[in-house]
Write a protein that binds this ligand. Structure first.
Ligand SMILES: Nc1ncnc2c1ncn2[C@@H]1O[C@H](COP(=O)(O)OP(=O)(O)OP(=O)(O)O)[C@@H](O)[C@H]1O
Ligand SMILES: [Mg+2]
Length: 227
Protein backbone atom coordinates (compact mmCIF):
# COMPACT_ATOMS: atom_id res chain seq x y z
CA UNK A 1 0.00 0.00 0.00
CA UNK A 2 1.16 3.48 -0.89
CA UNK A 3 -0.09 6.48 0.99
CA UNK A 4 0.70 10.18 0.57
CA UNK A 5 -0.71 12.51 3.21
CA UNK A 6 -0.42 16.23 2.61
CA UNK A 7 2.81 15.82 0.67
CA UNK A 8 4.56 18.92 -0.61
CA UNK A 9 7.89 19.20 -2.30
CA UNK A 10 10.13 22.13 -3.10
CA UNK A 11 13.64 21.91 -4.49
CA UNK A 12 14.59 25.50 -3.61
CA UNK A 13 12.47 26.36 -0.55
CA UNK A 14 10.45 28.74 -2.70
CA UNK A 15 8.53 27.07 -5.52
CA UNK A 16 6.47 24.03 -4.63
CA UNK A 17 6.50 21.45 -7.42
CA UNK A 18 4.06 19.22 -5.49
CA UNK A 19 1.43 20.77 -3.26
CA UNK A 20 -0.59 19.00 -0.57
CA UNK A 21 -0.85 15.73 -2.44
CA UNK A 22 -3.09 13.11 -0.86
CA UNK A 23 -2.95 9.76 -2.59
CA UNK A 24 -3.80 6.18 -1.75
CA UNK A 25 -2.81 3.27 -3.97
CA UNK A 26 -3.79 -0.21 -2.85
CA UNK A 27 -1.78 -3.37 -3.39
CA UNK A 28 -2.52 -4.79 -6.82
CA UNK A 29 -3.78 -1.56 -8.37
CA UNK A 30 -2.85 -0.34 -11.84
CA UNK A 31 -2.52 3.43 -12.00
CA UNK A 32 -1.62 5.85 -14.75
CA UNK A 33 -0.15 9.18 -13.74
CA UNK A 34 -0.59 11.79 -16.44
CA UNK A 35 -0.07 15.50 -16.73
CA UNK A 36 1.83 18.18 -18.64
CA UNK A 37 5.59 18.42 -18.75
CA UNK A 38 6.91 19.92 -15.53
CA UNK A 39 3.75 19.11 -13.55
CA UNK A 40 5.62 16.99 -10.99
CA UNK A 41 5.21 13.40 -12.21
CA UNK A 42 8.87 12.39 -12.02
CA UNK A 43 9.23 14.20 -8.70
CA UNK A 44 6.42 12.04 -7.39
CA UNK A 45 8.24 8.85 -8.46
CA UNK A 46 11.45 10.13 -6.85
CA UNK A 47 9.60 10.58 -3.59
CA UNK A 48 8.30 7.01 -3.83
CA UNK A 49 11.87 5.74 -4.10
CA UNK A 50 13.08 8.10 -1.42
CA UNK A 51 15.49 9.48 -3.96
CA UNK A 52 14.11 12.83 -2.90
CA UNK A 53 12.71 13.65 0.53
CA UNK A 54 9.35 15.27 1.11
CA UNK A 55 9.44 18.90 2.20
CA UNK A 56 6.18 18.47 4.10
CA UNK A 57 3.80 15.63 4.78
CA UNK A 58 3.99 11.88 5.14
CA UNK A 59 4.57 8.94 2.81
CA UNK A 60 4.00 5.35 3.85
CA UNK A 61 4.84 2.43 1.54
CA UNK A 62 4.29 -1.13 2.72
CA UNK A 63 4.80 -0.06 6.31
CA UNK A 64 7.90 2.05 5.60
CA UNK A 65 7.54 5.61 6.78
CA UNK A 66 9.56 7.43 4.09
CA UNK A 67 9.53 10.89 5.61
CA UNK A 68 11.19 9.52 8.75
CA UNK A 69 13.42 6.96 7.12
CA UNK A 70 17.15 6.87 7.73
CA UNK A 71 19.36 6.50 4.69
CA UNK A 72 20.55 3.07 5.83
CA UNK A 73 17.03 1.70 5.48
CA UNK A 74 16.49 2.96 1.93
CA UNK A 75 17.86 -0.20 0.21
CA UNK A 76 15.18 -2.27 1.99
CA UNK A 77 12.48 0.03 0.67
CA UNK A 78 13.89 -0.14 -2.86
CA UNK A 79 13.83 -3.93 -2.86
CA UNK A 80 10.05 -3.74 -2.90
CA UNK A 81 10.13 -1.67 -6.08
CA UNK A 82 11.21 -2.10 -9.66
CA UNK A 83 11.72 1.15 -11.49
CA UNK A 84 12.10 2.25 -15.08
CA UNK A 85 13.60 5.71 -14.98
CA UNK A 86 12.69 8.32 -17.54
CA UNK A 87 16.38 8.55 -18.49
CA UNK A 88 16.95 4.74 -18.27
CA UNK A 89 20.15 4.97 -16.15
CA UNK A 90 21.90 2.01 -17.73
CA UNK A 91 25.58 1.39 -17.08
CA UNK A 92 27.40 2.27 -20.32
CA UNK A 93 30.31 -0.08 -19.71
CA UNK A 94 28.15 -3.10 -18.99
CA UNK A 95 26.42 -5.22 -21.61
CA UNK A 96 22.64 -5.60 -21.71
CA UNK A 97 22.96 -8.91 -19.87
CA UNK A 98 25.29 -7.40 -17.25
CA UNK A 99 23.03 -4.40 -16.70
CA UNK A 100 20.13 -6.64 -15.80
CA UNK A 101 22.27 -9.16 -13.90
CA UNK A 102 23.75 -6.36 -11.78
CA UNK A 103 20.36 -5.61 -10.24
CA UNK A 104 20.27 -9.20 -8.97
CA UNK A 105 23.91 -9.24 -7.86
CA UNK A 106 23.47 -6.21 -5.60
CA UNK A 107 20.78 -7.98 -3.61
CA UNK A 108 22.92 -11.11 -3.36
CA UNK A 109 20.91 -13.37 -5.67
CA UNK A 110 22.54 -16.76 -6.39
CA UNK A 111 24.37 -17.16 -9.67
CA UNK A 112 22.08 -19.99 -10.77
CA UNK A 113 19.05 -17.76 -10.40
CA UNK A 114 20.72 -14.87 -12.27
CA UNK A 115 21.57 -17.20 -15.16
CA UNK A 116 17.95 -18.23 -15.49
CA UNK A 117 16.09 -15.00 -14.83
CA UNK A 118 18.14 -12.49 -16.85
CA UNK A 119 17.63 -14.20 -20.24
CA UNK A 120 13.99 -14.88 -19.40
CA UNK A 121 13.19 -11.20 -18.78
CA UNK A 122 15.27 -10.00 -21.73
CA UNK A 123 13.24 -12.36 -23.87
CA UNK A 124 10.00 -10.97 -22.38
CA UNK A 125 10.93 -7.48 -23.59
CA UNK A 126 12.06 -8.74 -27.00
CA UNK A 127 15.80 -8.37 -26.51
CA UNK A 128 16.99 -11.97 -26.41
CA UNK A 129 19.31 -11.29 -29.35
CA UNK A 130 20.90 -8.16 -27.81
CA UNK A 131 22.26 -9.59 -24.59
CA UNK A 132 25.88 -8.97 -25.52
CA UNK A 133 25.36 -5.45 -26.85
CA UNK A 134 26.32 -2.32 -24.94
CA UNK A 135 23.74 0.41 -24.31
CA UNK A 136 25.37 2.77 -26.82
CA UNK A 137 24.77 0.15 -29.51
CA UNK A 138 21.02 0.15 -28.86
CA UNK A 139 18.21 2.39 -30.00
CA UNK A 140 16.39 4.50 -27.40
CA UNK A 141 13.49 2.08 -27.35
CA UNK A 142 15.79 -0.88 -26.87
CA UNK A 143 17.52 0.85 -23.96
CA UNK A 144 14.15 1.53 -22.44
CA UNK A 145 13.28 -2.15 -22.67
CA UNK A 146 16.55 -3.11 -20.98
CA UNK A 147 15.54 -0.78 -18.16
CA UNK A 148 12.18 -2.54 -17.98
CA UNK A 149 13.78 -6.00 -17.83
CA UNK A 150 16.02 -4.72 -15.04
CA UNK A 151 13.02 -3.35 -13.16
CA UNK A 152 11.25 -6.71 -13.30
CA UNK A 153 14.07 -9.16 -12.69
CA UNK A 154 13.92 -9.09 -8.88
CA UNK A 155 10.19 -9.78 -8.86
CA UNK A 156 9.22 -6.54 -7.06
CA UNK A 157 5.72 -6.05 -5.64
CA UNK A 158 5.56 -2.49 -6.95
CA UNK A 159 6.55 -1.55 -10.51
CA UNK A 160 7.05 2.11 -11.33
CA UNK A 161 7.63 3.07 -14.93
CA UNK A 162 8.31 6.70 -15.83
CA UNK A 163 7.43 7.12 -19.52
CA UNK A 164 8.20 3.47 -20.32
CA UNK A 165 7.05 3.91 -23.90
CA UNK A 166 8.46 7.37 -24.55
CA UNK A 167 10.97 6.24 -27.15
CA UNK A 168 9.18 3.23 -28.53
CA UNK A 169 7.14 2.81 -31.69
CA UNK A 170 3.37 2.36 -31.27
CA UNK A 171 3.41 -1.41 -31.82
CA UNK A 172 6.15 -2.02 -29.26
CA UNK A 173 4.48 0.44 -26.85
CA UNK A 174 1.39 -1.73 -26.88
CA UNK A 175 3.46 -4.85 -26.22
CA UNK A 176 5.19 -3.17 -23.27
CA UNK A 177 1.87 -2.01 -21.88
CA UNK A 178 0.41 -5.50 -22.31
CA UNK A 179 3.36 -6.87 -20.34
CA UNK A 180 2.73 -4.39 -17.50
CA UNK A 181 -1.00 -5.14 -17.53
CA UNK A 182 -0.27 -8.87 -17.40
CA UNK A 183 2.06 -8.41 -14.42
CA UNK A 184 -0.75 -6.55 -12.71
CA UNK A 185 -3.62 -8.87 -13.60
CA UNK A 186 -1.89 -12.26 -13.42
CA UNK A 187 0.66 -11.69 -10.67
CA UNK A 188 -1.12 -8.98 -8.68
CA UNK A 189 1.72 -6.49 -8.92
CA UNK A 190 1.04 -2.86 -8.17
CA UNK A 191 1.86 -0.97 -11.37
CA UNK A 192 2.31 2.78 -11.68
CA UNK A 193 2.84 4.11 -15.20
CA UNK A 194 3.75 7.73 -15.76
CA UNK A 195 2.98 8.84 -19.29
CA UNK A 196 1.86 11.78 -21.34
CA UNK A 197 0.57 9.59 -24.15
CA UNK A 198 -3.16 10.02 -23.86
CA UNK A 199 -3.89 7.46 -26.57
CA UNK A 200 -2.11 4.80 -24.51
CA UNK A 201 -4.18 5.64 -21.45
CA UNK A 202 -7.37 5.59 -23.51
CA UNK A 203 -6.77 1.98 -24.52
CA UNK A 204 -7.24 0.80 -20.96
CA UNK A 205 -9.95 1.17 -18.41
CA UNK A 206 -7.62 1.95 -15.54
CA UNK A 207 -7.31 4.48 -12.77
CA UNK A 208 -5.88 7.74 -14.14
CA UNK A 209 -4.46 10.37 -11.81
CA UNK A 210 -3.93 13.72 -13.50
CA UNK A 211 -1.37 16.08 -12.03
CA UNK A 212 -1.22 19.72 -12.96
CA UNK A 213 1.06 22.34 -11.43
CA UNK A 214 1.93 19.96 -8.60
CA UNK A 215 -1.64 19.20 -7.61
CA UNK A 216 -3.97 16.29 -8.28
CA UNK A 217 -6.42 17.66 -10.79
CA UNK A 218 -8.50 14.51 -10.92
CA UNK A 219 -8.44 10.84 -10.13
CA UNK A 220 -10.80 8.62 -12.10
CA UNK A 221 -11.21 5.57 -14.26
CA UNK A 222 -10.09 6.28 -17.80
CA UNK A 223 -10.60 4.64 -21.17
CA UNK A 224 -12.69 5.45 -24.18
CA UNK A 225 -15.41 2.93 -23.44
CA UNK A 226 -19.12 3.60 -23.46
CA UNK A 227 -20.76 3.18 -20.09
N1 LIG B 1 16.45 18.44 -9.03
C1 LIG B 1 15.67 19.50 -9.28
N2 LIG B 1 16.01 20.73 -8.85
C2 LIG B 1 15.22 21.79 -9.07
N3 LIG B 1 14.06 21.74 -9.72
C3 LIG B 1 13.65 20.54 -10.17
C4 LIG B 1 14.43 19.37 -9.98
N4 LIG B 1 13.78 18.32 -10.55
C5 LIG B 1 12.65 18.83 -11.07
N5 LIG B 1 12.56 20.16 -10.85
C6 LIG B 1 11.44 21.03 -11.25
O1 LIG B 1 10.25 20.50 -10.72
C7 LIG B 1 9.17 20.61 -11.63
C8 LIG B 1 8.56 19.24 -11.85
O2 LIG B 1 9.51 18.42 -12.53
P1 LIG B 1 9.24 16.89 -12.87
O3 LIG B 1 10.48 16.32 -13.43
O4 LIG B 1 8.65 16.24 -11.68
O5 LIG B 1 8.12 17.05 -14.01
P2 LIG B 1 7.44 15.94 -14.93
O6 LIG B 1 5.96 16.04 -14.70
O7 LIG B 1 8.06 14.62 -14.72
O8 LIG B 1 7.75 16.48 -16.41
P3 LIG B 1 8.06 15.65 -17.79
O9 LIG B 1 6.72 15.23 -18.33
O10 LIG B 1 8.70 16.68 -18.65
O11 LIG B 1 8.96 14.52 -17.47
C9 LIG B 1 9.74 21.26 -12.88
O12 LIG B 1 9.43 22.63 -12.82
C10 LIG B 1 11.24 21.03 -12.75
O13 LIG B 1 11.94 22.08 -13.36
MG1 LIG C 1 9.15 13.36 -15.91
Amino acid sequence: MIEFKNVSKTYNNRDFVLKNVDLHIDDGEFVFIVGPSGSGKTTLTKLLLREEKVSEGRIVINGFRLDKMRSGKVPYLRREMGVVFQDFRLFPKKTVYENVAFAMQVIGAPHSSIKKRVPFFLDQVGLADKMKSFPTQLSGGEQQRVALARALVNNPEIIIADEPTGNIDPQMSIEIMELLVKLNEKLGKTVIVVTHEQNLVDRYRKRVITIKDGEILNDRIGGMFDE
